[in-house]
Write a protein that binds this ligand. Sequence first.
Ligand SMILES: [Mn+2]
Length: 372
Amino acid sequence: MSSTKNSGLRSAQSETLEEDQEAKPPDSVALGKRLLEYLEEKGKVLSPLLILTHDFPDPDAIAAAYGLAYLVQQEFDIEARIAYRGVIGRTENKAMVKILRIPAHKLRAVDLKRYPNIALVDTQPAFQNNPWPGNRKVKIVIDQHEPVRRPLAELTLVDPQCGASCVIVAQALLMSGLKIPARLATAIAYGILSDTMDLYRAKRRDVVDAYMNILRLSDVRALARIQNPPRSKSFFVTLARCIRSAARLRWLVVAHLGQVKNPELVAQMADFLLTYDNIKWTFCTGRYKGRLYASLRAAKQDMPAGEILRDVFEDRKLAGGHQSIAGGSAPVGLDAPEEVWRAKEAALQLRLVKRLRLPAKGEFWKPFKRCA
Ligand SMILES: [Mn+2]
């Protein structure tokens, strides 16, 4: 990327411009380049490498891990394994892994001991949404989330404006000169689409360029199949519950889903409710294996959703997000009685109402009552 538009200006001004550029976070091309340089320098020392995503990995996490695994194996002869804790929940994500035959594995107890080298993608050591102990150093962090504290890593590539973490990996792959197989390109294209709401949240040229370059190498029919998978009964059951329980206060819609088959459904319902017109915020919760999962979505792009959800959670470390998307989960207890769950849901809702500066005593009403 060239940025010579200011060449020839007065030197004093160009000095300040250069300073500004130093202070500005580097774009995804620069981060991709740093990844290649680091791998070049380290080489086989990084073998074998365990690539960890966050729990319940989404398409971006899966694509970033897949891309990194391919890059290190093909270009640097580093053995790699992709692992995640939790489950791959969303129907599209399952279809993605199956159709593209992505070698993503459930984390085994021995993995964290057996692998001397760790890379975290779409998450960071300090985050609670991955199996890595926050106080131990990893080799590589590739992420798009705002850090809560400086990541403990040899190489930190964090860019909160890059739309999707896999954009950084895509840039490295594109620069490496490696042949990018269609299955991998398709995974990355889908990772970018799903994390940016079909590019709606992609705000930088380098992000759109990465997508275009990758799309050219993709299997677009496979991409279409992934985006339109047959849905299970549990999806519709949850959707029905979402519509029935949705409650509205001004421009906020809240839905408590109760027990869910997988936590991804909570995020999916929050996304879906956001398409309701004149809504600025949506908030969904769901119960899964003794934890209350929560997702917060903003209709506008540049909202501090992650910050807000962290404020709403009692333990700030249990939530996080970027721009208009945030999620988190808090332990409630495997055999907690109904009242305890309800109290927890109500408490989160009330704190959110206050945090969004809505009237704390405002009456929620059911916008879809007649339809359900
Ligand atoms: Mn992501």
